[in-house]
Design a protein around this ligand. Structure first.
Ligand code: Q9C
Ligand code: ZN
Length: 372
């Protein structure tokens, strides 16, 4: 399988995030992508290439140009405004209730992008867990190019391609960043495929978290079906979206499928959900599936509560490929650094129809890791 990777992700050099107001060691760190790269290189069965520059139009095809401009200038604004910080995180968010009782006209007039960087970050941001640093914008742009280069490979005839995107993307909505995500790599990829082929696309999101951004972007679209397996929002980020009754509206009615799972979900629970998801994907025409691939479903993940093992990733990769459609596989989350490389190898070898044997040197005592 072809892998697209760019070292530019290293510029998004994050060490701290905040969780419920407290600074904590960052989860979405550069080491994640480097672990995956090292494991795929050691495997020997993957061919690496860099991304090609696709410019801004594919991004503004799904995102508000205002979001792009904010992310581009945010760090220079932090400096220009003399803010003594190593990262930008919002101070104030425009809670909907701030404008309660005001007419839609008044809200449009008053709820505008503020001047102060701490307010601008709140205007465009969802949460305080996505710190923005000096190199965030170039890294997020490179992640988009990685995704679009994987699209090019698949539209050029490859059965599957893997984009090692970092930062991830599926929490980023049309006009909002958040959840470690800045641009929605998977949504940008899906939209590029629709525009290039004139065909519908299905998105399979197997990150532990609900991809609220991808759901929002395609909510009213009849040509992009979004199917997600994730932790129930009653107990997990992004809290406000991800329930089974969110099915889309207008042309998109029935095109959104959320499969929320309980805490402690097992390999068996998970594979049952994967089968439902693939069934829904095969109902709609289209030659390509975009996969939002997260490994925060792993049993040892520090922010997830599922119980999946490495063996199940190999199986999920196989079942995704069994649809007989071409796969654009894009990296989302996954925060247990020691297992990321092996889990990615297992998934991608499964998608390639190859057996998976753990690399003994990097195993860490998990039973049941051998499959196929
Ligand atoms: N205690 C992705 O997996 N909240 N984003 C973390 C940790 C934000 C996850 C709370 C989680 C965002 C792409
Ligand atoms: Zn996640």
């Amino acid at each position: 399988m072809q892998v697209v990777y760019s070292p530019t992700h290293l510029a998004h050099d994050i060490t701290v995030e905040t969780f419920m107001g407290l600074p904590v060691p960052a989860n979405e760190v550069a080491e994640r992508a480097e672990k995956i790269r090292a494991a795929l290189e050691a495997d020997g069965g993957f061919r690496f290439q860099g991304p090609t520059d696709h410019g801004e139009p594919p991004i503004t095809a799904v995102h508000d140009p205002g979001l792009v401009r904010f992310l581009e200038v945010a760090w220079s604004e932090v400096r220009r405004q003399g803010l003594d910080r190593s990262f930008l995180s919002a101070d104030t968010y425009p809670n909907r209730q701030m404008f309660e009782g005001m007419s839609p006209d008044a809200v449009t007039r008053l709820a505008r992008e503020p001047k102060h960087a701490a307010g601008r970050a709140g205007y465009w941001g969802l949460d305080s867990a996505a710190p923005l640093v000096a190199g965030t914008y170039v890294a997020a742009r490179a992640a988009v190019d990685v995704a679009l280069t994987a699209v090019d490979l698949v539209l050029g005839g490859a059965t599957a391609a893997y984009g090692l995107c970092r930062p991830p993307g599926h929490h980023a909505a049309r006009s909002m960043y958040g959840g470690y995500c800045f641009f929605n790599n998977a949504a940008i990829a899906a939209e590029a495929i629709v525009r290039a082929t004139g065909e519908g696309v299905a998105i399979l999101d197997v990150d532990y978290h609900h991809g609220n951004g991808t759901q929002q972007i395609f909510w009213r679209r009849g040509d992009v079906r979004y199917v997600s397996i994730h932790a129930h929002p009653d107990r997990a980020y992004p809290y406000f979206l991800g329930r089974a009754d969110e099915v889309g509206e207008g042309d998109g009615a029935g095109e959104n499928l959320n499969l929320p799972l309980r805490a402690g979900a097992t390999n068996e629970d998970y594979l049952a959900a994967v089968d439902r998801a693939m069934e829904a994907i095969l109902e709609v025409p289209g030659a390509v599936i975009v996969v939002s691939l997260g490994f925060d479903t792993y049993g040892l993940d520090p922010i997830g509560d599922f119980a999946l093992t490495t063996a199940v990733y190999h199986e999920v990769g196989q079942r995704a490929a069994a649809a007989g459609r071409r796969l654009v596989i894009l990296q989302e989350g996954g925060y247990h650094r020691p297992s990321l490389g092996e889990n990615a190898r297992a998934w991608l070898r499964g998608a390639d129809g190859r057996a998976f044997d753990p690399l003994p040197a990097v195993g860490f005592g998990e039973s049941g890791a051998v499959a196929g």
